[in-house]
Structure formats: C-alpha cells, structure tokens
Design a binder for this molecule. Structure first.
Ligand code: ZN
Length: 236
C-alpha cells in the first residue's frame, strides 16, 4: 500500500468519524425537541417483503431484500421507541402476511389504515441490472400534500449518509401501498443491493444503524414540525 493509499484511507475514516459526530449531535438535538413536545406520536413501519417473498437480491444472490428491510426497520423501531414514540411493524419475523403477494399487500394496507397511526413508512431495498445505479430514495403519492413533505424530509436525511446521492423524493402512482393507504406516509428505498457502495451500507452493521438513524431522524423532524404547527394553532 502506497502512502497515497494510506492517506486516502485515513481521510475516508476521518470523514466517517466526522459524519458519526454530526449524526450524534443532530440525534441529541432532535431528541430534546421531541421530548419537549407533549403529544405521543404513533408510527407504523411496513417492513417490505418476507417469507416466500424475498424481494430484490444482491448480484451474487446471497443478500435478500426481506432480511435487510427487517434489520433496518427494527433499528428504526428501536430508536423511535426509545424516544417515547409508539411503533408498530407489519412484521417482526421472516414471515409474509399472507399466502400470496396480493393478499399480503392488502393486509399491510388494512393494518395501517385501521390503526390510529399518525404516519407510516414502508422500507424497501432496490435492485437494477446496471450495478452503477445507486442511492436511497423516497417515494410518495401526492394525493395528500403531507406525503410530499414527509418524503422530502426523510430524503434530506438520507442524503447526509451519501453526499453523491442527488436523488429527490419522487411522486409516483400505481404503487398499491401508496395508492390505498389513507395515512400520511412514504416508501423508503434504502439503496440498491446491486451496487457495491450501497451494498456496503446495507450489509455493514454500523452503516445499517447509521442508515436507520437517518430514517428515524427524518421521522422525528417531520413529527416535530407537525406538533409545532398543531400547538401554534391550539394557542391561537
Ligand atoms: Zn421491495
């Protein structure tokens, strides 16, 4: 290894440490803000795929979307719970919600719609034929303006983990979950299992936790904004 390589490696490590520091400071300030708002929020986390439905896979077929989504979603749920936010997940084990995909999707939508949750987030990972394609992204349905605000807030935090990620929250229709869920929410595609950079984020434990923390911070930021709006209306 040349000195240049060592310096490059060192620089990368320092950047990562700095990133963790910024993360921690943001985490502490947002946690303080949420602790001072008096209304307990309820977040539904939809954990993409499960059981017979593995979802997307890495190029060598060893990493399955259903496992990555469960792990990241569990981290997000734990962060939220520790902050005093009520959380429910559509699954907590490697099981589908029904025997087939259509029923499984119906169940997810019904669970969220029939709950009293304030918002929902559906966690997925992507795959693409060209391995150069990368970057986490949020998707929302614009039938409710709040969906855009929520998806944009989470996207802002996802970009902190990958400065090359220029993706923006995207408005789409034709996604069953987004089209039929009546609550405010979005889909978070946490990265491409087919891209080496993203795969590292999705398989390294610390990086997965950092990624989950970004989603968590996005949720907190949005909820804090809504609680603030609500209390300023109530105080009028
Ligand atoms: Zn998926």
């Amino acid at each position: 290894m040349s000195i240049g390589d060592i310096l490059k490696k060192l620089q990368k490590e320092i950047l990562f440490l700095l990133f963790i520091l910024v993360l921690l400071l943001t985490f502490l300030s947002v946690r303080k803000a949420i602790a001072t708002s008096n209304r307990a929020s309820f977040v539904y986390i939809d954990v993409g795929h499960g059981g017979f439905d593995g979802g997307a896979t890495s190029l060598d077929g060893t990493i399955l979307e259903k496992d990555v989504t469960l792990e990241v979603a569990t981290y997000v749920a734990n962060y939220l719970t520790k902050t005093g936010i009520k959380v429910k997940m559509t699954r907590t084990t490697d099981k589908a919600l029904a025997q087939n995909k259509k029923e499984d999707m119906h169940k997810r939508v019904n669970l969220i719609n029939e709950s009293t949750c304030d918002i929902y987030v559906s966690i997925h990972a992507n795959a693409y034929s060209a391995s150069s394609i990368k970057g986490a992204q949020t998707f929302y349905n614009s039938f409710n303006l709040e969906n855009e605000q929520f998806a944009t807030t989470i996207m802002k935090y996802l970009q902190l983990i990958d400065s090359d990620n220029k993706r923006v929250a995207k408005n789409i229709t034709g996604k069953y979950l987004l089209d039929y869920t009546k609550k405010v929410g979005c889909i978070v595609e946490i990265g491409f299992l087919t891209n080496p950079f993203d795969l590292e984020l999705l398989t390294n434990k610390e990086k997965k936790e950092a990624l989950a923390k970004m989603i968590y911070l996005g949720i907190l930021d949005y909820l804090e904004e809504k609680n603030h709006e609500r209390s300023s209306i109530e105080n009028k």
